[in-house]
Write a protein of this length. Structure first.
Length: 436
């Protein structure tokens, strides 16, 4: 072992004239450890929250939407086949999407109505799985008569229309819709109840401007996405019902696409554009959710910088420890220089001491952070579950995060050694005479 390392280790744990340095050394190590542990724990929790939000958003939306400048796709069947043939595309479905006004039980709410192809919608969005979460079935959207449990509370045959519900328009059969959990709670609706969908401009133009068009639909089930906005404002109906209600004449608003690797959307988005051909526009999930994902990314960076100050403050403990060590070892340093140690050797000695403090503190902090993440993962939460839908605390650890935090902590620790080591190197052999 080189004498710089040997002497440096002895200096870190002094047991004679400067015993307090042992306590100061321990405090320096704990300061780094606490900062590193807090950084990796909070960042892992934020990764879990953000990834869960991404999964919820992208589970309720397509990865890419193909449409035209006019907002309608008339000849959509050949386009669907072209897109299905693109390597990396796992699902394609036509959709009709428009803003509507929803009304029930004398309450009114703005929302978004989507007409979906029941047979293929599950290949693009998670609607079938989200309905099963609420004990509903996507098959009820296609044919409510196959879901007798929807009407069990009324004790009636599902094939028989509910005359008391159909008095406003005297219709015998109403097209089915599925609504979000929060919308059902807002309107106090259950499967079998009536929901009025109003298209502000669906009735054409009148003497005073656009005329609204309204139609009653029967609630055939509910879904739960985990996102309050979607569960409150989205309503789904069959593609044919939407085309008829919004007077689409067999056209659709867009063709939704799902890809195998959503993080490869830039490359696959270009392939989808090429397959669609001229006249079509493609919007990827990055473009559709640009604001929210940029906000999440910025929030993570800002939190990393804020918590990084904990490590930065802890590094000043290293500076203080090494300065006190230098002042307490002035005579020993003078003796080492008299024996032939040069400035480089003295600097190496104290840089090594600071580096040891940083390494020990960083490793201890990573271990504490890992243990905290394991302990917190899946912890039951009891706040704002009706808004955030977080019953368990999501924690996602990554080797990249731990490595980045460790590298940052070691760099800060190394920087903290520069001034004390240079101060020690300036001590002259004659300076030790003052302590005789």
């Amino acid at each position: 072992m080189r004498f710089e390392f040997f002497v440096g280790l002895r200096y870190l744990w002094n047991t004679r004239r400067t015993r307090f340095l042992s306590l100061i050394t321990l405090i320096s190590v704990l300061g780094i450890a606490i900062g590193v542990a807090a950084l990796v724990t909070v960042q892992s929790i934020m990764d879990g929250l953000q990834n869960q939000m991404k999964r919820s958003i992208l589970g309720s939306k397509a990865h890419a939407l193909v449409s035209t400048a006019e907002g309608t796709v008339s000849d959509w069947a050949p386009l669907v086949e072209k897109l299905r043939a693109v390597p990396g595309v796992t699902g394609v479905t036509p959709m009709v999407t428009t803003e509507v006004i929803l009304s029930a039980r004398e309450e009114v709410l703005g929302g978004i109505a989507s007409g979906v192809d029941v047979a293929t919608v599950g290949s693009v969005i998670l609607l079938p799985d989200q309905m099963r979460t609420e004990n509903s079935d996507i098959a009820c959207l296609a044919s409510p008569a196959n879901c007798p449990d929807l009407f069990k509370r009324r004790g009636m045959d599902p094939r028989v229309a509910f005359e008391e519900d159909l008095l406003p328009d005297r219709a015998r059969d109403l097209p089915p819709v599925v609504i979000g959990k929060e919308m059902a709670r807002f309107f106090s609706l259950r499967p079998g109840d009536i929901l009025t969908v109003i298209s502000p401009t669906g009735g054409g133009m009148g003497p005073t401007g656009p005329l609204p068009l309204s139609k009653n639909f029967r609630v055939a089930g509910t879904f739960f996405t985990g996102m309050y906005e979607y569960d409150l404002n989205y309503v789904y109906m069959t593609l044919t019902a939407a085309q008829a209600f919004f007077s689409m004449n067999g056209a659709v608003s867009t063709v939704a696409v799902k890809i195998a690797d959503l993080y490869d959307i830039d490359r696959l988005g270009a392939r989808i554009r090429d397959a669609a051909g001229p006249g079509y526009t493609v919007k990827t999930w990055k473009e559709m959710n640009k604001n929210i994902f940029n906000a999440l990314k910025m929030e993570k960076i800002v939190m990393f910088l804020i918590l990084g100050f904990i490590v930065l403050v802890a590094s000043f403990n290293i500076v203080a420890t090494l300065l006190m060590l230098v002042l307490g070892k002035t005579r020993e340093i003078a003796i080492l220089k008299t024996m032939g140690a040069d400035n480089r050797a003295i600097m190496t000695l104290f840089v090594f001491d600071g580096f040891v403090l940083g390494v020990v503190g960083t490793l201890l902090g990573l271990a504490i952070g890992f243990g905290a993440c394991v302990w917190l993962d899946g912890m039951k939460l009891g706040f704002a579950q009706d808004v955030y839908y977080l019953t368990d605390l999501p924690v996602e650890m990554s080797a990249g995060l731990f490595g980045l935090v460790a590298l940052a902590a070691l760099l800060v620790s190394f920087a903290a050694t520069l001034y004390p080591s240079r101060y020690a190197a300036r001590i002259r052999p004659a300076d030790g005479l003052r302590y005789e």
